[in-house]
Design a binder for this molecule. Sequence first.
Ligand code: NI
Length: 254
Amino acid sequence: MNLIFDTHAHYDDKAFDDDREDVIDMLFKNGVCGVVNQGTDIKTSVFSINLAQRYDGFYAAVGLHPECLDENSTNDLDKIKELAKNEKVVAIGEIGLDYYYDIPKDLQKTIFAKQLELAAELDMPVNIHDREAHGDTLEILKQYKPKGIVHCFSGSLEMAKEIIKLGMYIGIGGVVTFKNARKTVEVVENIPLERLVLETDCPYLSPVPFRSKRNDSSMIKYTAQRIAEIRNTTVEEILTITRKNAADVYKINM
Ligand code: NI
């Protein structure tokens, strides 16, 4: 049985333009049972829905990524709401805060909050992007209490515990296999497996031994292997639990 559920991917990325169909066909022959493709703006949200309508194991998230915001973004929120009603849309994402890039923080926080309100209104989970914005992200999550995943989690164990207390899940990807991943390893060591989900963020963040190559969902087996090592259990157990968690959080019958 295929056990790999990729909770966060970007198969719309131009890195897949030459061979997207072949790659996706290969996934389902290599252990993958589910993929949630994330939107970052209107165009990629529509692309995600199209992929999800074409492939059985694919689902879509729709949303405005903090890196993609500008003064017109408020107008895009109505379109996101409309797209979110498609039957293969399982989440609002990816949304959040990114203080690495020079995009006005007020604009980021406003659009983030409005998308959390939308998720609450539609009773949908969210997929959260938090890059160098841990304090503000946690504060906003505590205020809005969404259901969902903090993707590619890069905060401390203390922050992970706070997020879990809110009822959310921690998304872990290829970074946990990197040599310098001490903080991520500490998080994986100490959180309940019932709150862990796996992801690629492909085409980026390939696990070792494919670091810096193009990532895809089948490579999650290396991430799961590393987590199994850390938790002193089997890859099968890690994949089985995280698959169930992914289906639970995205409300998918598997
Ligand atoms: Ni992403």
